[in-house]
Design a protein around this ligand. Sequence first.
Ligand code: MN
Length: 606
Amino acid sequence: MSKVYITDTILRDAHQCLIATRMRTEDMLPACERLDRMGYWSLEVWGGATFDACLRFLKEDPWERLRQLREALPNTRLQMLLRGQNLLGYRHYSDDVVRAFVARSAANGIDVFRIFDALNDLRNLRTSIEAVKEADKHAQGTISYTVSPLHTIDQFVRQAEELQAMGCDSIAVKDMAGLLTPLVSADLFAALSEAVDLPLHLHIHATSGQAEMCQLKAIENGCRHIDTAISSFASGASHAPTEAMIAALRNTPYDTGLNLELAQEIGFYFHEVRKKYHQFESEFTGVDTRVQSNQVPGGMISNLINQLREQGALERLNEVFAEIPRVREDLGFPPLVTPSSQIVGTQAVLNVITGKRYKTITNEVKAYLQGRYGRPPGRINPVVQRKAIGDHKPIDVRPADLLPPEMDNLRKQAGELAKSEEDVLSFAMFPEIGGEYLKAREEGNLVPEPLEPIGGAGTPEHAPVEFNATLHGETYHIKVTGSGHRREDIRPFYVTVDGIPEEIMLEILDETEPEVGGTAPARKAAAGSKRPRATRPGQVTTTMPGTVIDVLVEQGQTVKAGDPVLVIEAMKMETEIQATVGGTVGEVYVAKGDTVNPDETLVEIA
Ligand code: MN
Protein backbone atom coordinates (compact mmCIF):
# COMPACT_ATOMS: atom_id res chain seq x y z
CA MET A 1 0.00 0.00 0.00
CA SER A 2 1.60 3.31 -1.01
CA LYS A 3 -1.25 5.70 -0.32
CA VAL A 4 -0.23 9.37 -0.39
CA TYR A 5 -1.37 11.65 2.44
CA ILE A 6 -2.06 15.35 2.07
CA THR A 7 -1.42 18.29 4.37
CA ASP A 8 -3.41 21.30 3.15
CA THR A 9 -1.82 24.69 3.79
CA ILE A 10 -4.89 26.80 2.95
CA LEU A 11 -5.22 28.13 6.51
CA ARG A 12 -1.54 29.14 6.90
CA ASP A 13 1.17 29.09 4.25
CA ALA A 14 -1.08 29.51 1.19
CA HIS A 15 -2.57 32.86 2.25
CA GLN A 16 0.78 33.87 3.78
CA CYS A 17 2.36 33.60 0.33
CA LEU A 18 -0.43 35.16 -1.73
CA ILE A 19 -2.22 37.76 0.43
CA ALA A 20 0.39 38.57 3.09
CA THR A 21 -1.15 36.30 5.79
CA ARG A 22 -4.26 38.47 5.98
CA MET A 23 -7.06 35.89 5.91
CA ARG A 24 -9.28 36.41 8.94
CA THR A 25 -10.71 33.68 11.15
CA GLU A 26 -14.23 34.71 10.09
CA ASP A 27 -13.38 33.55 6.54
CA MET A 28 -11.86 30.27 7.71
CA LEU A 29 -14.65 29.02 9.95
CA PRO A 30 -17.35 28.68 7.23
CA ALA A 31 -15.08 26.25 5.34
CA CYS A 32 -14.18 24.13 8.36
CA GLU A 33 -17.07 21.68 8.22
CA ARG A 34 -16.08 20.72 4.65
CA LEU A 35 -12.33 20.85 5.37
CA ASP A 36 -12.90 18.48 8.30
CA ARG A 37 -14.82 16.05 6.07
CA MET A 38 -11.96 15.95 3.53
CA GLY A 39 -9.90 13.49 5.59
CA TYR A 40 -6.61 15.30 5.18
CA TRP A 41 -3.64 13.92 7.11
CA SER A 42 -3.38 17.40 8.61
CA LEU A 43 -4.22 21.07 8.10
CA GLU A 44 -1.48 23.60 8.63
CA VAL A 45 -2.95 26.46 10.67
CA TRP A 46 -0.26 28.30 12.60
CA GLY A 47 3.21 29.85 12.25
CA GLY A 48 5.26 32.95 12.99
CA ALA A 49 3.65 35.11 10.32
CA THR A 50 0.18 34.05 11.52
CA PHE A 51 0.96 35.42 14.95
CA ASP A 52 2.52 38.58 13.57
CA ALA A 53 -0.38 39.37 11.21
CA CYS A 54 -3.05 38.53 13.82
CA LEU A 55 -1.57 40.84 16.44
CA ARG A 56 -0.34 43.60 14.14
CA PHE A 57 -3.05 43.94 11.50
CA LEU A 58 -6.10 41.80 12.23
CA LYS A 59 -6.26 42.52 15.96
CA GLU A 60 -7.13 38.89 16.57
CA ASP A 61 -5.80 36.76 19.38
CA PRO A 62 -3.88 33.97 17.59
CA TRP A 63 -4.58 31.58 20.48
CA GLU A 64 -8.30 32.25 20.19
CA ARG A 65 -8.07 31.50 16.45
CA LEU A 66 -6.42 28.19 17.28
CA ARG A 67 -9.12 27.27 19.81
CA GLN A 68 -11.88 28.12 17.32
CA LEU A 69 -10.24 26.05 14.59
CA ARG A 70 -9.72 23.18 17.03
CA GLU A 71 -13.42 23.16 17.80
CA ALA A 72 -14.47 23.50 14.16
CA LEU A 73 -12.08 20.74 12.97
CA PRO A 74 -12.59 17.93 15.49
CA ASN A 75 -11.44 15.13 13.15
CA THR A 76 -8.34 16.66 11.59
CA ARG A 77 -4.79 16.99 12.93
CA LEU A 78 -3.78 20.64 13.25
CA GLN A 79 -0.20 21.46 12.37
CA MET A 80 2.14 24.35 13.03
CA LEU A 81 5.54 25.53 11.84
CA LEU A 82 8.01 26.20 14.64
CA ARG A 83 11.46 27.77 14.23
CA GLY A 84 13.13 25.56 16.85
CA GLN A 85 14.76 27.63 19.57
CA ASN A 86 13.46 30.83 17.87
CA LEU A 87 9.87 29.54 18.31
CA LEU A 88 7.90 32.16 16.34
CA GLY A 89 10.19 35.10 17.03
CA TYR A 90 13.49 36.31 15.66
CA ARG A 91 15.77 35.58 18.59
CA HIS A 92 16.76 32.55 20.60
CA TYR A 93 14.62 31.87 23.66
CA SER A 94 15.64 30.10 26.83
CA ASP A 95 14.56 26.48 27.23
CA ASP A 96 11.81 27.28 29.74
CA VAL A 97 10.10 29.56 27.20
CA VAL A 98 10.35 26.85 24.53
CA ARG A 99 8.80 24.29 26.88
CA ALA A 100 6.02 26.68 27.94
CA PHE A 101 5.23 27.63 24.36
CA VAL A 102 5.05 24.05 23.13
CA ALA A 103 2.96 22.97 26.12
CA ARG A 104 0.40 25.77 25.63
CA SER A 105 0.26 25.21 21.84
CA ALA A 106 -0.42 21.52 22.42
CA ALA A 107 -3.06 22.27 25.06
CA ASN A 108 -4.84 24.72 22.74
CA GLY A 109 -5.01 22.29 19.84
CA ILE A 110 -1.77 21.73 17.89
CA ASP A 111 -1.13 18.04 17.09
CA VAL A 112 1.82 18.20 14.70
CA PHE A 113 4.87 20.42 15.23
CA ARG A 114 7.06 20.89 12.16
CA ILE A 115 10.33 22.05 13.68
CA PHE A 116 13.18 23.59 11.70
CA ASP A 117 16.30 25.67 12.15
CA ALA A 118 17.42 28.21 9.58
CA LEU A 119 21.02 26.96 9.77
CA ASN A 120 20.11 23.26 10.07
CA ASP A 121 21.92 23.32 13.42
CA LEU A 122 20.09 20.43 15.06
CA ARG A 123 21.13 21.51 18.55
CA ASN A 124 18.52 24.25 18.09
CA LEU A 125 15.75 21.64 17.63
CA ARG A 126 16.52 19.45 20.64
CA THR A 127 14.47 21.22 23.32
CA SER A 128 11.41 21.65 21.08
CA ILE A 129 11.46 17.99 20.06
CA GLU A 130 11.67 16.93 23.72
CA ALA A 131 8.85 19.28 24.68
CA VAL A 132 6.60 17.97 21.88
CA LYS A 133 7.24 14.39 22.98
CA GLU A 134 6.48 15.33 26.59
CA ALA A 135 3.14 16.74 25.40
CA ASP A 136 2.54 13.42 23.60
CA LYS A 137 2.27 15.12 20.18
CA HIS A 138 3.87 14.54 16.76
CA ALA A 139 7.39 15.95 16.35
CA GLN A 140 8.35 16.44 12.73
CA GLY A 141 12.08 17.03 12.22
CA THR A 142 12.77 19.30 9.27
CA ILE A 143 15.56 19.73 6.77
CA SER A 144 15.76 23.31 5.44
CA TYR A 145 16.62 22.54 1.83
CA THR A 146 19.11 24.73 0.04
CA VAL A 147 21.67 24.56 -2.75
CA SER A 148 25.31 25.49 -2.24
CA PRO A 149 28.77 24.02 -2.91
CA LEU A 150 28.65 22.40 0.50
CA HIS A 151 25.09 21.08 0.72
CA THR A 152 24.96 17.51 -0.64
CA ILE A 153 22.40 14.72 -0.60
CA ASP A 154 24.72 12.75 1.72
CA GLN A 155 24.68 15.62 4.17
CA PHE A 156 20.87 15.87 4.14
CA VAL A 157 20.68 12.10 4.69
CA ARG A 158 22.96 12.37 7.74
CA GLN A 159 20.70 15.10 9.05
CA ALA A 160 17.63 12.89 8.62
CA GLU A 161 19.38 10.06 10.48
CA GLU A 162 20.19 12.39 13.35
CA LEU A 163 16.59 13.65 13.48
CA GLN A 164 15.41 10.04 13.68
CA ALA A 165 17.87 9.38 16.51
CA MET A 166 16.58 12.49 18.31
CA GLY A 167 13.12 10.90 18.53
CA CYS A 168 11.25 12.59 15.66
CA ASP A 169 8.07 10.93 14.39
CA SER A 170 8.56 11.98 10.76
CA ILE A 171 10.99 13.90 8.54
CA ALA A 172 10.08 16.86 6.32
CA VAL A 173 12.07 18.38 3.50
CA LYS A 174 11.23 22.08 3.51
CA ASP A 175 11.98 23.69 0.16
CA MET A 176 10.81 27.20 0.98
CA ALA A 177 12.32 28.74 -2.12
CA GLY A 178 11.31 26.18 -4.75
CA LEU A 179 14.92 25.20 -5.46
CA LEU A 180 14.33 21.47 -5.95
CA THR A 181 14.13 20.08 -9.45
CA PRO A 182 12.34 16.82 -10.30
CA LEU A 183 15.37 14.60 -10.76
CA VAL A 184 17.12 15.94 -7.67
CA SER A 185 13.87 15.25 -5.75
CA ALA A 186 14.01 11.67 -6.99
CA ASP A 187 17.62 11.20 -5.83
CA LEU A 188 17.06 12.96 -2.52
CA PHE A 189 13.98 10.92 -1.55
CA ALA A 190 15.48 7.65 -2.78
CA ALA A 191 18.46 8.28 -0.48
CA LEU A 192 16.29 9.40 2.44
CA SER A 193 13.89 6.45 2.26
CA GLU A 194 16.85 4.08 2.10
CA ALA A 195 18.41 5.65 5.22
CA VAL A 196 15.52 6.26 7.62
CA ASP A 197 12.38 4.35 8.65
CA LEU A 198 10.22 7.41 9.35
CA PRO A 199 7.47 8.78 7.07
CA LEU A 200 8.86 11.42 4.68
CA HIS A 201 7.07 14.70 3.94
CA LEU A 202 7.75 17.17 1.14
CA HIS A 203 6.92 20.86 1.57
CA ILE A 204 7.80 22.65 -1.66
CA HIS A 205 6.74 26.06 -2.95
CA ALA A 206 5.54 26.31 -6.53
CA THR A 207 7.48 29.52 -7.18
CA SER A 208 9.69 28.15 -9.93
CA GLY A 209 6.91 26.13 -11.55
CA GLN A 210 8.18 22.66 -10.62
CA ALA A 211 6.32 21.68 -7.45
CA GLU A 212 4.00 19.05 -8.98
CA MET A 213 6.84 17.41 -10.92
CA CYS A 214 9.03 17.34 -7.81
CA GLN A 215 6.22 15.87 -5.73
CA LEU A 216 5.55 13.10 -8.23
CA LYS A 217 9.23 12.15 -8.42
CA ALA A 218 9.47 12.28 -4.61
CA ILE A 219 6.38 10.04 -4.32
CA GLU A 220 7.86 7.52 -6.77
CA ASN A 221 10.91 7.40 -4.49
CA GLY A 222 9.29 6.84 -1.13
CA CYS A 223 7.77 10.17 -0.08
CA ARG A 224 4.27 9.50 1.34
CA HIS A 225 3.22 12.97 2.48
CA ILE A 226 2.90 16.12 0.37
CA ASP A 227 1.84 19.67 1.22
CA THR A 228 -0.67 21.29 -1.14
CA ALA A 229 -3.04 24.26 -1.19
CA ILE A 230 -6.68 24.41 -2.33
CA SER A 231 -6.44 25.62 -5.94
CA SER A 232 -7.84 29.13 -5.43
CA PHE A 233 -4.84 29.78 -3.16
CA ALA A 234 -2.31 27.56 -4.99
CA SER A 235 0.62 27.94 -7.38
CA GLY A 236 3.02 30.84 -7.72
CA ALA A 237 4.66 31.54 -4.38
CA SER A 238 2.21 29.07 -2.76
CA HIS A 239 1.98 25.30 -3.28
CA ALA A 240 0.80 22.70 -5.76
CA PRO A 241 -3.03 22.66 -6.05
CA THR A 242 -4.73 20.08 -3.82
CA GLU A 243 -7.38 19.18 -6.41
CA ALA A 244 -4.76 18.68 -9.14
CA MET A 245 -2.71 16.30 -6.99
CA ILE A 246 -5.81 14.34 -5.92
CA ALA A 247 -6.76 13.97 -9.61
CA ALA A 248 -3.22 13.15 -10.71
CA LEU A 249 -2.86 10.31 -8.23
CA ARG A 250 -6.39 8.87 -8.57
CA ASN A 251 -6.62 5.19 -9.54
CA THR A 252 -2.89 4.69 -9.07
CA PRO A 253 -1.05 2.93 -6.25
CA TYR A 254 -0.60 6.40 -4.74
CA ASP A 255 -4.31 7.30 -4.65
CA THR A 256 -4.99 9.81 -1.85
CA GLY A 257 -8.54 8.51 -1.39
CA LEU A 258 -9.74 12.12 -1.04
CA ASN A 259 -13.00 13.37 -2.52
CA LEU A 260 -12.17 15.54 -5.52
CA GLU A 261 -15.64 17.09 -5.77
CA LEU A 262 -15.61 18.15 -2.12
CA ALA A 263 -12.16 19.71 -2.62
CA GLN A 264 -13.55 21.60 -5.62
CA GLU A 265 -16.41 22.99 -3.53
CA ILE A 266 -13.90 24.24 -0.98
CA GLY A 267 -11.91 25.73 -3.86
CA PHE A 268 -14.92 27.76 -5.03
CA TYR A 269 -15.55 29.01 -1.51
CA PHE A 270 -11.99 30.34 -1.17
CA HIS A 271 -12.11 31.77 -4.68
CA GLU A 272 -14.74 34.21 -3.42
CA VAL A 273 -12.90 34.82 -0.15
CA ARG A 274 -9.72 35.80 -2.00
CA LYS A 275 -11.45 38.77 -3.70
CA LYS A 276 -12.03 40.40 -0.33
CA TYR A 277 -8.26 40.68 0.16
CA HIS A 278 -7.36 42.07 -3.29
CA GLN A 279 -5.33 44.92 -1.83
CA PHE A 280 -2.81 42.42 -0.43
CA GLU A 281 -2.28 40.46 -3.63
CA SER A 282 1.41 40.04 -4.29
CA GLU A 283 2.84 41.45 -7.51
CA PHE A 284 4.27 38.04 -8.31
CA THR A 285 1.51 35.46 -8.34
CA GLY A 286 2.75 33.50 -11.35
CA VAL A 287 5.83 31.46 -12.06
CA ASP A 288 9.10 33.12 -11.14
CA THR A 289 12.22 31.11 -11.97
CA ARG A 290 14.70 33.73 -10.76
CA VAL A 291 15.48 31.64 -7.70
CA GLN A 292 17.01 29.03 -10.00
CA SER A 293 19.58 31.54 -11.21
CA ASN A 294 20.13 34.05 -8.39
CA GLN A 295 19.13 31.96 -5.34
CA VAL A 296 16.76 34.67 -4.12
CA PRO A 297 13.47 33.03 -3.08
CA GLY A 298 10.20 34.56 -4.30
CA GLY A 299 9.06 35.52 -0.81
CA MET A 300 12.21 37.55 -0.35
CA ILE A 301 11.86 39.45 -3.63
CA SER A 302 8.73 41.35 -2.60
CA ASN A 303 10.34 42.17 0.77
CA LEU A 304 13.42 43.52 -0.97
CA ILE A 305 11.33 45.63 -3.31
CA ASN A 306 9.55 47.16 -0.30
CA GLN A 307 12.81 47.78 1.53
CA LEU A 308 14.42 49.46 -1.48
CA ARG A 309 11.33 51.54 -2.16
CA GLU A 310 11.45 52.78 1.44
CA GLN A 311 15.10 53.72 0.96
CA GLY A 312 14.30 55.44 -2.36
CA ALA A 313 16.64 53.04 -4.15
CA LEU A 314 14.34 50.75 -6.14
CA GLU A 315 16.49 51.13 -9.24
CA ARG A 316 19.28 49.20 -7.48
CA LEU A 317 17.33 45.94 -7.23
CA ASN A 318 19.56 44.10 -9.69
CA GLU A 319 22.67 45.09 -7.74
CA VAL A 320 21.04 43.69 -4.62
CA PHE A 321 20.22 40.44 -6.46
CA ALA A 322 23.91 40.16 -7.34
CA GLU A 323 25.00 40.99 -3.79
CA ILE A 324 22.80 38.46 -1.96
CA PRO A 325 24.75 35.35 -3.07
CA ARG A 326 28.02 37.09 -2.15
CA VAL A 327 26.80 37.91 1.37
CA ARG A 328 25.46 34.38 1.71
CA GLU A 329 28.87 32.98 0.75
CA ASP A 330 30.63 35.36 3.22
CA LEU A 331 28.35 33.99 5.95
CA GLY A 332 29.04 30.32 5.15
CA PHE A 333 26.05 29.54 2.88
CA PRO A 334 23.07 29.59 5.29
CA PRO A 335 19.77 28.43 3.76
CA LEU A 336 17.64 31.51 3.09
CA VAL A 337 14.63 31.20 5.40
CA THR A 338 13.42 33.29 8.37
CA PRO A 339 15.43 34.70 10.05
CA SER A 340 18.57 34.10 7.92
CA SER A 341 16.84 35.43 4.78
CA GLN A 342 16.21 38.80 6.50
CA ILE A 343 19.75 38.85 7.92
CA VAL A 344 21.38 38.19 4.52
CA GLY A 345 18.89 40.30 2.53
CA THR A 346 19.16 43.42 4.70
CA GLN A 347 22.97 43.26 4.81
CA ALA A 348 23.01 42.97 1.01
CA VAL A 349 20.75 46.05 0.73
CA LEU A 350 23.10 47.96 3.07
CA ASN A 351 26.18 46.86 1.13
CA VAL A 352 24.62 48.28 -2.03
CA ILE A 353 23.04 51.51 -0.79
CA THR A 354 25.91 52.64 1.46
CA GLY A 355 28.26 52.27 -1.51
CA LYS A 356 30.75 50.15 0.41
CA ARG A 357 30.45 46.49 1.40
CA TYR A 358 30.14 46.04 5.19
CA LYS A 359 30.59 49.75 5.86
CA THR A 360 27.49 49.33 8.04
CA ILE A 361 26.92 45.93 9.62
CA THR A 362 23.63 45.06 11.30
CA ASN A 363 23.60 43.82 14.89
CA GLU A 364 22.01 40.62 13.60
CA VAL A 365 24.97 39.91 11.31
CA LYS A 366 27.30 40.55 14.24
CA ALA A 367 25.32 38.13 16.42
CA TYR A 368 25.32 35.59 13.60
CA LEU A 369 29.11 35.84 13.32
CA GLN A 370 29.41 35.44 17.09
CA GLY A 371 27.63 32.09 16.75
CA ARG A 372 24.49 33.36 18.46
CA TYR A 373 22.14 31.80 15.90
CA GLY A 374 24.04 28.50 15.93
CA ARG A 375 26.74 26.98 13.81
CA PRO A 376 26.93 28.39 10.26
CA PRO A 377 26.93 25.61 7.64
CA GLY A 378 30.28 26.60 6.10
CA ARG A 379 33.39 28.69 6.49
CA ILE A 380 32.94 32.41 7.28
CA ASN A 381 34.86 35.01 5.28
CA PRO A 382 37.60 35.98 7.81
CA VAL A 383 37.78 39.59 6.57
CA VAL A 384 34.06 40.12 7.18
CA GLN A 385 34.31 38.33 10.53
CA ARG A 386 37.13 40.63 11.71
CA LYS A 387 35.29 43.73 10.53
CA ALA A 388 32.12 42.72 12.37
CA ILE A 389 33.36 41.30 15.66
CA GLY A 390 37.09 42.12 15.79
CA ASP A 391 39.05 39.65 17.90
CA HIS A 392 36.03 38.29 19.78
CA LYS A 393 35.94 34.53 19.62
CA PRO A 394 32.56 33.16 18.47
CA ILE A 395 30.77 30.88 20.92
CA ASP A 396 30.68 27.21 20.02
CA VAL A 397 28.01 25.99 22.40
CA ARG A 398 24.29 25.89 21.62
CA PRO A 399 23.21 29.56 21.87
CA ALA A 400 20.41 28.82 24.34
CA ASP A 401 22.91 27.21 26.75
CA LEU A 402 23.98 30.75 27.60
CA LEU A 403 20.44 31.97 28.31
CA PRO A 404 19.10 31.87 31.88
CA PRO A 405 15.41 30.96 32.36
CA GLU A 406 13.27 33.95 31.37
CA MET A 407 9.59 33.07 31.83
CA ASP A 408 9.37 34.77 35.25
CA ASN A 409 10.91 37.90 33.87
CA LEU A 410 8.58 37.87 30.84
CA ARG A 411 5.55 37.48 33.14
CA LYS A 412 6.72 40.55 35.04
CA GLN A 413 7.34 42.55 31.85
CA ALA A 414 3.93 41.68 30.38
CA GLY A 415 2.42 42.71 33.70
CA GLU A 416 -1.26 43.24 34.38
CA LEU A 417 -2.14 43.36 30.70
CA ALA A 418 -1.47 39.63 30.38
CA LYS A 419 -4.50 37.65 31.56
CA SER A 420 -3.11 34.20 30.81
CA GLU A 421 0.09 32.27 30.12
CA GLU A 422 -0.86 32.51 26.42
CA ASP A 423 -0.84 36.33 26.64
CA VAL A 424 2.63 36.23 28.19
CA LEU A 425 3.82 34.03 25.31
CA SER A 426 2.31 36.39 22.68
CA PHE A 427 4.21 39.19 24.37
CA ALA A 428 7.39 37.06 24.46
CA MET A 429 7.20 36.32 20.73
CA PHE A 430 6.50 39.92 19.69
CA PRO A 431 7.32 42.34 22.53
CA GLU A 432 6.37 45.48 20.57
CA ILE A 433 3.23 44.49 18.69
CA GLY A 434 2.20 41.88 21.28
CA GLY A 435 2.42 44.55 23.98
CA GLU A 436 0.46 47.02 21.86
CA TYR A 437 -2.19 44.38 21.19
CA LEU A 438 -2.65 43.62 24.90
CA LYS A 439 -2.86 47.33 25.68
CA ALA A 440 -5.47 47.99 22.98
CA ARG A 441 -7.48 45.00 24.21
CA GLU A 442 -7.43 46.39 27.75
CA GLU A 443 -8.70 49.73 26.42
CA GLY A 444 -11.42 48.03 24.37
CA ASN A 445 -9.79 49.43 21.30
CA LEU A 446 -9.06 46.51 18.96
CA VAL A 447 -9.75 47.71 15.43
CA PRO A 448 -8.64 45.56 12.49
CA GLU A 449 -7.02 47.33 9.55
CA PRO A 450 -9.64 48.40 6.98
CA LEU A 451 -10.26 46.41 3.81
CA GLU A 452 -10.73 48.19 0.51
CA PRO A 453 -14.13 47.46 -1.03
CA ILE A 454 -14.13 44.98 -3.88
CA GLY A 455 -14.04 46.79 -7.22
CA GLY A 456 -13.50 50.17 -5.59
CA ALA A 457 -10.50 52.47 -5.59
CA GLY A 458 -7.26 50.60 -5.36
CA THR A 459 -8.08 47.70 -7.63
CA PRO A 460 -5.50 47.30 -10.39
CA GLU A 461 -7.97 48.69 -12.98
CA HIS A 462 -8.60 51.90 -11.07
CA ALA A 463 -5.49 53.31 -9.42
CA PRO A 464 -6.53 55.78 -6.73
CA VAL A 465 -6.16 59.49 -7.47
CA GLU A 466 -6.53 60.50 -3.85
CA PHE A 467 -5.11 58.69 -0.84
CA ASN A 468 -3.26 58.98 2.46
CA ALA A 469 0.34 57.84 2.60
CA THR A 470 2.07 57.13 5.89
CA LEU A 471 5.82 57.28 5.82
CA HIS A 472 8.08 57.09 8.86
CA GLY A 473 5.17 57.81 11.17
CA GLU A 474 3.76 60.88 9.38
CA THR A 475 0.62 60.78 7.29
CA TYR A 476 0.25 62.87 4.13
CA HIS A 477 -2.85 63.45 2.10
CA ILE A 478 -1.94 63.08 -1.57
CA LYS A 479 -4.12 64.01 -4.51
CA VAL A 480 -2.94 63.44 -8.05
CA THR A 481 -4.27 66.30 -10.15
CA GLY A 482 -2.67 65.53 -13.49
CA SER A 483 0.32 64.28 -15.39
CA GLY A 484 2.49 65.74 -18.12
CA HIS A 485 4.06 64.26 -21.21
CA ARG A 486 6.88 61.84 -20.84
CA ARG A 487 10.27 63.32 -21.67
CA GLU A 488 12.68 60.47 -22.37
CA ASP A 489 12.74 58.51 -19.10
CA ILE A 490 11.08 61.20 -16.99
CA ARG A 491 7.41 61.98 -16.60
CA PRO A 492 6.03 64.88 -14.54
CA PHE A 493 3.03 64.36 -12.23
CA TYR A 494 1.06 67.16 -10.58
CA VAL A 495 -0.06 66.40 -7.06
CA THR A 496 -1.09 68.19 -3.92
CA VAL A 497 0.51 67.08 -0.67
CA ASP A 498 -1.65 68.23 2.26
CA GLY A 499 -3.18 70.78 -0.10
CA ILE A 500 0.10 72.25 -1.35
CA PRO A 501 0.67 71.81 -5.11
CA GLU A 502 3.86 69.97 -6.05
CA GLU A 503 5.34 68.83 -9.31
CA ILE A 504 7.15 65.55 -9.09
CA MET A 505 9.33 63.95 -11.73
CA LEU A 506 9.13 60.20 -11.87
CA GLU A 507 11.81 58.19 -13.53
CA ILE A 508 10.35 55.42 -15.63
CA LEU A 509 12.02 52.14 -14.79
CA ASP A 510 10.12 49.94 -17.20
CA GLU A 511 7.17 50.19 -19.52
CA THR A 512 4.53 49.60 -16.87
CA GLU A 513 2.87 52.60 -15.24
CA PRO A 514 5.07 54.33 -12.66
CA GLU A 515 4.16 54.31 -8.98
CA VAL A 516 2.82 57.60 -7.77
CA GLY A 517 2.53 56.68 -4.11
CA GLY A 518 5.99 56.50 -2.58
CA THR A 519 7.80 59.41 -4.14
CA ALA A 520 6.12 62.63 -3.12
CA PRO A 521 5.92 62.05 0.64
CA ALA A 522 9.49 60.73 0.70
CA ARG A 523 10.74 64.10 -0.51
CA LYS A 524 8.52 66.04 1.82
CA ALA A 525 9.57 63.94 4.81
CA ALA A 526 13.23 64.62 4.11
CA ALA A 527 12.66 68.33 3.53
CA GLY A 528 10.37 68.76 6.56
CA SER A 529 12.91 67.79 9.21
CA LYS A 530 13.96 70.30 11.87
CA ARG A 531 17.36 68.77 12.51
CA PRO A 532 20.37 70.59 11.02
CA ARG A 533 21.98 69.17 7.91
CA ALA A 534 25.06 67.12 8.71
CA THR A 535 28.00 68.77 6.96
CA ARG A 536 31.03 68.21 9.19
CA PRO A 537 32.56 65.11 10.82
CA GLY A 538 31.25 65.90 14.34
CA GLN A 539 27.65 65.83 13.12
CA VAL A 540 26.64 62.19 13.39
CA THR A 541 24.04 61.04 10.87
CA THR A 542 22.53 57.80 9.54
CA THR A 543 23.14 56.10 6.21
CA MET A 544 19.50 55.05 5.88
CA PRO A 545 16.06 56.11 7.06
CA GLY A 546 14.87 54.28 10.15
CA THR A 547 13.62 54.48 13.73
CA VAL A 548 15.74 55.23 16.79
CA ILE A 549 15.44 52.32 19.19
CA ASP A 550 18.13 53.33 21.66
CA VAL A 551 20.09 56.48 22.55
CA LEU A 552 23.36 55.42 24.15
CA VAL A 553 24.88 58.82 25.03
CA GLU A 554 23.85 62.05 26.72
CA GLN A 555 25.01 65.62 26.56
CA GLY A 556 28.36 66.28 28.22
CA GLN A 557 29.55 62.68 27.95
CA THR A 558 33.01 61.98 26.49
CA VAL A 559 33.19 59.57 23.56
CA LYS A 560 35.94 58.05 21.44
CA ALA A 561 35.67 57.79 17.66
CA GLY A 562 33.89 54.50 16.91
CA ASP A 563 31.92 54.36 20.16
CA PRO A 564 28.25 53.47 19.56
CA VAL A 565 25.97 56.46 20.15
CA LEU A 566 22.60 55.32 18.76
CA VAL A 567 20.85 52.15 17.67
CA ILE A 568 18.62 52.50 14.61
CA GLU A 569 16.13 49.98 13.30
CA ALA A 570 15.69 49.91 9.56
CA MET A 571 14.28 47.11 7.44
CA LYS A 572 13.55 45.06 10.62
CA MET A 573 17.28 44.93 11.46
CA GLU A 574 19.24 46.90 14.04
CA THR A 575 22.39 48.88 13.30
CA GLU A 576 24.63 50.86 15.59
CA ILE A 577 25.52 54.42 14.69
CA GLN A 578 29.03 55.21 15.85
CA ALA A 579 30.77 58.43 16.88
CA THR A 580 32.55 59.79 13.83
CA VAL A 581 35.10 61.69 15.94
CA GLY A 582 36.18 61.67 19.58
CA GLY A 583 35.15 64.51 21.93
CA THR A 584 32.29 65.70 24.10
CA VAL A 585 28.67 65.04 23.19
CA GLY A 586 26.82 68.28 22.48
CA GLU A 587 23.20 68.47 21.35
CA VAL A 588 21.33 65.15 21.00
CA TYR A 589 18.56 65.77 18.46
CA VAL A 590 16.76 62.45 18.76
CA ALA A 591 14.88 60.37 21.29
CA LYS A 592 13.74 56.76 21.33
CA GLY A 593 11.02 56.21 18.73
CA ASP A 594 11.97 59.12 16.43
CA THR A 595 12.18 58.54 12.71
CA VAL A 596 15.42 59.69 11.13
CA ASN A 597 16.73 60.29 7.64
CA PRO A 598 20.18 60.47 6.04
CA ASP A 599 21.97 63.85 6.14
CA GLU A 600 20.19 64.97 9.32
CA THR A 601 22.39 65.65 12.33
CA LEU A 602 21.33 63.23 15.06
CA VAL A 603 24.06 63.88 17.60
CA GLU A 604 26.70 66.66 17.74
CA ILE A 605 30.19 65.88 18.97
CA ALA A 606 32.59 68.75 19.64
MN1 MN B 1 6.41 27.30 3.30
